[in-house]
Structures are given as structure tokens and as C-alpha cells.
Design a protein around this ligand. Structure first.
Ligand code: ATP
Ligand code: MG
Length: 446
């Protein structure tokens, strides 16, 4: 290929990393504003951490023998200073790092939330991407089951606010380290008995992290995982009490759940409560959110021992579900599209558009693609297609009389009413448009 041809070749994005296009903007806005208002209603504060962290944060935080650390991280060496860096695959470790680094818990516990892209080198398929987005919460410095119950109930409130139904809650307790150690021995003994049936990954994890074998996605291993010794049977008094406390609060608030003894979660930092929200409507990628308690993590990352819990949800999967359920909000369109003809009118239109924006109206000012004047007819077509509520029309005649034409663009389907154009003195234009907007909104609400 010649250099010239190479330069003209189309470039494409990286596999598994998606562009979020304007046609989906209303959907993302709807989701993000609904989430933010839910989070505000629980007193959560936003935190934004960098996308790149030291690799060590994740190997220490998430655990060496996990899917993420073993095979999914985008890690690289900084060519300039040799630092080992990683594009965050999840955000709990980073939030905890920032909390410790800035001593955020000096005056007591904190409720924090984040949203942003995460990166995992997985096989792209529906609901599974290499760059995807998570919203997450971290309740830092809370020991009791009330914190676990509250963060779970926040998810339920979000599903309700979004209009989503049929997302089931699955719950389990991973107990404490000593309880897991006792269970681990029996689990290894059990898996050893069936070693010839295990796949390569399960064999590899048999002695390093056998709990993970229960989390297998291999259909051939489902039965073995199903009949394995259950961690809940190894819980001591305190762990059981905590678990029962969570369940009691959920029941008292009418949140249905199912205890799933095989739910172990993909990350190593969890203890006690773990949970997932699952739907049947998305095929294999049916988990829309997951979380739990991670009491050991803060100390593990160099902070003072602090109890905490949190969750993360997969934004793309929830948006997919909103589409599936036909809950996509309509794109609202702007309020006004200004069309104009003639040099003097063009200049005036620019000034009027700014004045309308000053009052809070959203305005598109016609701008011709080739810089040459366009006919009123072609401008009105653009105005219609833009979805704006009103066209403001400025020609030589209007300009001479100090007026503008105003034409409603969204059909009012009422007998006796037409989308008739009015002539409005320029000094009354803003008031006229605002009143007309209010009236048409009331019409729409009928
Ligand atoms: P899975 O079992 O589906 O791989 P996970 O246990 O690895 O999920 P978490 O690390 O708990 O997932 O992340 C929380 C949520 O983020 C998941 O429940 C899911 O909704 C979403 N998620 C995780 N990985 C991806 C991905 N590669 N693409 C899109 N969403 C994802
Ligand atoms: Mg995963």
C-alpha cells in the first residue's frame, strides 16, 4: 500500500470499546440523572479518581488469583519512567486508596459514589465489553448489617425509579477468613474426589482459590459446584447474626431475595454479605449489579482497619434492559430553531438567539453547511427535522417592522387548532415563546 492510500484508509475504534452515539444520549441522560437523584436521596457524595492507577493497587486489592488480575487487566509500563500502571478494571480499590491517601475518614464514616469507564480485556459480546461503565457506591466506616441492607435497598429504589421490573436479588454470606478456611479444607477434599471432571482453570485454582471454582461459568461444572460443601454451613455465631440482620431489614422493607450458597463474587476482598442483582432478560450477561462487604480491604491497602461495603452496577447492561423494556425516553429536542434570510437579518438573528438563551430557552440558530444563504423552505425543513418546538422566522420584512414570525412545529392535534404562524414584536418575543412553551407542555400533558 502506498503511503498516500494508507493515510486515506478509515480508522476504526478498538475492539470491545464502544462509541456512545447521540441517538443514545437521551437514554444515558435519563439513567444518569435518575441514579444521581437516587444517590442524593441517601446522602451519598461523589468522588472522582483517575482512570490509571499503579498496577500494585489492583493486584493487592482485588487478589492475584482472580479473573481480573490473571487475565483481564490493561497493564503497561510507562515508557518514560518505567512505572507499572493499569487502566482501572473496577473502582473500589481506587476509592479506598484515595480515602486513605486524603484521610477522608478523619471525621467519621463516609458514603461515596462514582461513575465512569472501567477496562477489562474480556471476549466482547452482548453486555460484555472491554471498556464499559459502572456506577458504584462505597459505604466506608460502617460495621452493622444496616449498612448492607441500605446499599441493597438503594438498588431496589433505582430499579423502581427507572421503571425496571424482574431484577432478582441473590444473597450469600462469605463469613470471615477462619470460617472460609474451614470450608476450604472440605471444599478441596470434595473437589479432589471429582478432579477428573474439572476443567483446566478449576484444576489450577483447586489449591490456590477453590472458592472461585464455585463461581465457574463452565456449564459442565455446574452440577459439581451445586453439590459442593456450602460456606453458609460453616458460619460462626457472629457471621450468622450479621447475615440474619441483613435479611431481617430486607424483609421488613419488602425486598424479596433468594439465598444463593454458590454466590462468591469475582473479587477476593469480600467477607460476610455478598449480593447480586440478576435478570433473565439479557441472556448470559444477566448480572446487572453486584457487591458486598469488604471489611479487610482498607487495612490491606495500608489504612486503619475500617469496615465497609459497596456495590457496582454495569451501566450498559441496565441501558440494554431499559431498551428491552421499551423504557427509553424520547429525545426532547430544543425549544427554538431560528431561521433567517438576508445579511441584516442574519446578524439580528444571532443577537436574538443569544437573547433567547439568556432567558433559559434552548436555541439552534440556522447555519448553512456551505456558508451560502439557504431558502426559507429548506431552512424550515431543517427546523422541522431538528425536533424544536418553535421556529422563529426573521426576514427582511420582519426586520423592517421590528417583528419576528413564530411557528409551532410540533403538531397540536386538536380540532379547530392549527399550527399557525404569529407575528410577534421583537420586544415581546421571549415572553411569547415562554408562554407558548408552557401552553404546549400543558397540552402534551392532557
Ligand atoms: P461477570 O460475572 O458478568 O463477569 P463480574 O463479577 O466480573 O461480572 P463485577 O466486577 O462485580 O462483575 O462488576 C459489577 C458489574 O459490572 C457486573 O455485575 C456487570 O453488570 C458489570 N460488568 C462487569 N464486567 C463487565 C463487562 N466486561 N462489560 C460490561 N459490564 C460489565
Ligand atoms: Mg467478570
Amino acid at each position: 500500500m502506498t503511503e498516500q492510500k494508507k493515510r486515506l484508509e478509515k480508522l476504526s475504534g478498538v475492539k470491545g470499546m464502544n462509541d456512545i452515539l447521540p441517538q443514545d444520549a437521551a437514554l444515558w441522560d435519563f439513567f444518569e440523572s435518575t441514579v444521581k437523584s437516587m444517590l442524593r436521596s441517601y446522602g451519598y457524595q461523589n468522588i472522582r479518581t483517575p482512570i490509571i492507577e499503579h498496577t500494585q493497587l489492583f493486584t493487592r486489592g482485588i487478589g492475584e488469583v482472580t479473573d481480573i488480575v490473571e487475565k483481564e487487566m490493561y497493564s503497561f509500563t510507562d515508557a518514560l519512567n518505567g512505572e507499572h500502571l493499569t487502566m482501572r478494571p473496577e473502582n473500589t480499590a481506587a476509592v479506598v486508596r484515595a480515602t486513605i491517601e486524603h484521610n477522608l475518614l478523619y471525621d467519621g464514616p463516609k458514603r461515596l459514589w462514582y461513575v465512569g469507564p472501567m477496562f477489562r480485556h474480556e471476549r466482547p459480546q452482548r453486555g460484555r465489553y472491554r471498556q464499559f461503565h459502572q456506577v458504584g457506591v462505597e459505604a466506608l466506616g460502617f460495621a452493622g448489617p444496616d449498612a448492607d441492607a441500605e446499599i441493597i435497598m438503594m438498588c431496589q429504589r433505582l430499579w423502581d425509579d427507572l421503571g425496571l421490573t424482574g431484577i432478582r436479588l441473590e444473597l450469600n454470606s462469605l463469613g470471615q477468613a477462619d470460617e472460609r478456611a474451614a470450608h476450604r479444607q472440605e471444599l478441596i477434599a470434595y473437589l479432589e474426589k471429582h478432579v477428573e471432571l474439572l476443567d483446566e482453570e478449576a484444576k489450577r485454582r483447586l489449591y490456590t482459590n477453590p472458592l472461585r471454582v464455585l463461581d465457574t461459568k463452565n456449564p459442565a461444572l455446574q452440577e459439581i459446584a451445586q453439590n459442593a460443601p456450602k460456606l453458609v454451613d460453616f458460619l460462626g455465631e457472629e457471621s450468622r447474626t450479621h447475615f440474619e440482620g441483613v435479611q431481617r431489614l430486607l424483609k421488613a422493607n419488602n425486598i424479596p431475595f433468594k439465598i444463593n450458597p454458590r454466590l462468591v463474587r469475582g473479587l477476593d476482598y469480600y467477607n460476610l454479605t455478598v449480593f447480586e442483582w440478576v435478570t433473565d432478560k439479557l441472556g448470559a450477561q444477566g448480572t446487572v449489579a453486584g457487591g458486598g462487604r469488604y471489611d479487610p480491604l482498607i487495612e490491606q491497602l495500608g489504612g486503619k482497619p475500617t469496615k465497609a461495603c459497596g456495590w457496582a452496577m454495569g451501566v450498559e447492561r441496565i441501558l440494554e434492559l431499559l431498551k428491552e423494556e421499551k423504557l427509553v425516553p424520547e429525545d426532547e429536542g430544543t425549544d427554538v430553531y431560528v431561521v433567517h434570510q438576508g445579511e441584516a437579518a442574519a446578524e439580528q438573528a444571532f443577537i436574538i438567539a443569544e437573547r433567547l438563551r439568556d432567558t433559559g430557552l434552548d436555541v439552534i440558530l440556522h447555519c448553512s453547511p456551505d456558508g451560502a444563504p439557504a431558502s426559507f423552505k429548506s431552512q424550515m425543513k431543517k427546523a422541522d427535522a431538528s425536533g424544536a418546538a418553535f421556529a422563529v422566522i426573521l426576514g427582511e420584512d420582519e426586520l423592517a417592522q421590528g417583528t419576528a414570525g413564530v411557528k409551532p412545529l410540533r403538531a397540536i392535534e386538536r380540532e379547530g387548532q392549527k399550527n399557525e404562524q404569529s407575528t410577534v414584536p421583537l420586544e415581546n418575543l421571549t415572553e411569547f415563546l415562554i408562554n407558548a412553551m408552557v401552553a404546549s407542555a400543558a397540552d402534551g400533558a392532557d
